[in-house]
Design a protein around this ligand. Sequence first.
Ligand code: DX5
Ligand code: ZN
Length: 218
Amino acid sequence: MQISPSILSADFANLEAELRRIANADWAHVDVMDGHFVPNLTLGLPVVEALARVSPIPLDCHLMIEDPDRWAPRYAEAGGSSVTFHIEAAHDPRALARNLRALGARAGMAIKPGTSFAPYEELLPDLDMVLVMTVEPGFGGQSFMADQMPKVTQVREAVRRHGGEIWVQVDGGVSASTIEQCAEAGADVFVAGSAVYGAEDAAAAVDELRELAANHQY
Ligand code: DX5
Ligand code: ZN
């Protein structure tokens, strides 16, 4: 059970210090938005490079961008230990995933709430993680979509059939009150932005979330 706090809810004027607040987490989740694939704009390669230089934990880059075939490998080169592209934006997802792995990154595939997983199951051998979005991508602090839990279970079952170590991540509205149902549905990596950075003690929030998840394993 791994926790990946989203720095989207952190203080962007003090990112190095904000990373230190979550040094006990497994990953730092970095939301890259291009203003095209999603209506919001956040940060890009130069900031990821800078974060990789100072982060005490590996970077989990979630790319909400168009043309990931072209840009995602650059995030692996910039220091992203895990790089997740959206299937809705990818032209040749298998080649892209292989490319990311060849660069030494874990390859992740994200699916929006309205996208079904079944057509992409055949990509599993080339993936290290599937991200099931539990909000419409674009903004932090939105309400958790419990109706995505059957999809989480569907992905978990597919992963089990395939074997290998493929993680199932959830992202959006994950908090102490929603993480248990995510774990029960089969998720094992949990992104939490506002639930961690909105807490006075971010590290304690990370520990609490991890424990809640561990007590409700699929
Ligand atoms: C949404 C982002 C999420 C977001 C999560 O598009 O992908 O990572 O920061 O924030 P919370 O946990 O506040 O929903
Ligand atoms: Zn994200």
